[in-house]
Design a protein. Structure first.
Length: 443
């Protein structure tokens, strides 16, 4: 069987741009709704725990990515450590995360553009964004990554500018006001929104097969990206809430909930007619575009790997002859994303995406622990520090987060588990017979 291979063009700087870009929209919208659940203290505690999760997870995932630099990320790691069945479940969880997060971001992009083009419906702008950035990803990964790097730089600069404007207005009393309105339960209810701050960082591993000197490049990309994101998270959270308390960046003047905390905070400082306010609205769009575009890229690689190894329809594993990119996988993902977008259930879609992410984290850390015992001689250019404590910490927090989310979201959790179960049944019925043959030829 002819092996479909991706082109190696990505450098450490481009990987940093992808890693930060995948995630940075989480700083611009959505996270503040966790304040409604848990207040300042509830979301802060949840975020602190999730920072520990992502720091530990990132180190562990970097070891896996350096040792097994393939486009499937957690799918490939779990398949090698735990077998094809668990590999499929990890691959499906990853696909659900990467395919369902972009529709919510696309809707936010449409809402931002709609402020300047009110005559154009939000849904039309969102669909146009899907078509445009899918086309860019089909054209080539290096061009896509260069674009991602540029808009990520702009998005980071905008967050730093916002912090510079808001921090002089910061008061500790605003952080202390109504800090834990729903008690301890509010901490658990805030977890999905804390995860939204960092959702998608693991997408760096999905372009491992396209990096120059992946063993060194991936480590540098992961490490610099997670450090940047932790700093931005702390600045954005503190600066936003410190202006006038958490209610001021959750509720609009008419009492409705808003998922755009930065404009609400800045409006209180400079007013809605100030030039800086309009600058934030305009440049804030880059943060949304960076994450939407980056997750679209990662989703294409995740689906491509499932198809390449016959864990999904084989046509997903085809590469465009001219551009050497997974064009069919990207187009299929775009179609699913647009269908999800048309449902209008963006909050629910985000939650299901987070379920996929946490499942992936848990299985990946189990895979790391198993591979250390199963393949002690596997070449590991990078080894996670403080092993086995680091992956165990990530695993325990991941399991607690998953159980807390299932407790708080019975219906959506049931839908997520139903999707996984149905996909697994179809896989066992239609693809198992060809999977072993394809997998063995791929090793």
């Amino acid at each position: 069987m002819e092996q479909q291979s991706l082109k190696r063009t990505l450098t450490p700087l481009l990987l940093w741009g992808l890693g930060v870009g995948y995630v940075i929209s989480g700083m611009y919208f959505g996270w503040n709704l966790g304040l409604e659940k848990g207040g300042t203290a509830g979301l802060a505690i949840a975020t602190a725990v999730i920072v520990i999760l992502y720091t530990a997870f990132t180190f562990g995932y970097a070891e896996l990515a350096c040792a097994i630099p393939k486009a499937g990320g957690g799918f490939d790691y779990a398949r090698r450590a735990l077998g094809n069945d668990w590999g499929f479940i990890a691959g499906m969880a990853q696909a659900i995360e990467f395919i369902l997060a972009p529709p919510a971001i696309a809707f936010a992009i449409g809402a931002y553009f709609n402020l300047f083009l009110p005559q154009v419906p939000i849904i039309n702008i969102a669909i146009a964004a899907y078509v445009l950035f899918t086309a860019l990803n089909i054209y080539g990964v290096r061009a896509a990554a260069l674009f991602e790097l540029i808009i990520t730089f702009l998005a980071v600069a905008e967050l730093l500018l916002f912090a510079g404007i808001a921090l002089p207005e910061f008061k500790w009393t605003h952080l202390q006001h109504n800090a834990l309105p729903n008690g301890v339960e509010g901490i658990f209810a805030s977890i999905p929104f804390a995860i939204w701050f960092f959702l998608g960082i693991e997408g760096v591993a999905n372009v491992a097969e396209e990096t120059v000197n992946p063993q060194k490049t991936i480590l540098n990309g992961f490490g610099s990206a997670i450090l940047t994101l932790i700093i931005l998270c702390m600045l954005t959270f503190t600066a936003s809430v410190g202006v006038a308390g958490w209610e001021a960046i959750v509720y609009t003047a008419d009492g409705k909930s808003s998922d755009s905390p930065l404009p609400l905070a800045l409006g209180l400082i400079v007013g809605n007619d100030h030039g800086l306010y309009h600058l934030l609205i305009a440049i804030g769009l880059f943060g949304l575009v960076a994450s939407f575009h980056g997750l679209t890229l990662a989703a294409g690689r995740a689906s491509f790997e499932l198809g390449r190894l016959r864990f999904a329809p084989p046509f997903l594993g085809k590469i465009h002859k001219k551009f050497q990119t997974p064009a069919i996988a990207l187009l299929v993902n775009m179609t699913i994303g647009i269908i999800a977008l048309l449902t209008g259930k963006t909050a629910e879609i985000i939650t299901i995406s987070v379920f996929g992410a946490i499942t992936l984290y848990v299985i990946s850390m189990i895979s790391l622990l198993v591979l250390r015992k199963k393949e002690p001689d596997l070449v590991r250019p990078f080894r996670v520090p403080f092993y086995p404590l680091t992956p165990i910490v990530a695993l325990v927090i991941g399991i607690i987060a998953l159980l807390a989310m299932l407790y708080e979201n019975h219906l959506l959790g049931g839908i997520y588990l139903g999707i996984i179960a149905l996909a697994f049944l179809l896989y066992k019925l239609f693809y198992t017979s060809t999977t072993n043959k394809a997998s063995s030829s791929y090793e």
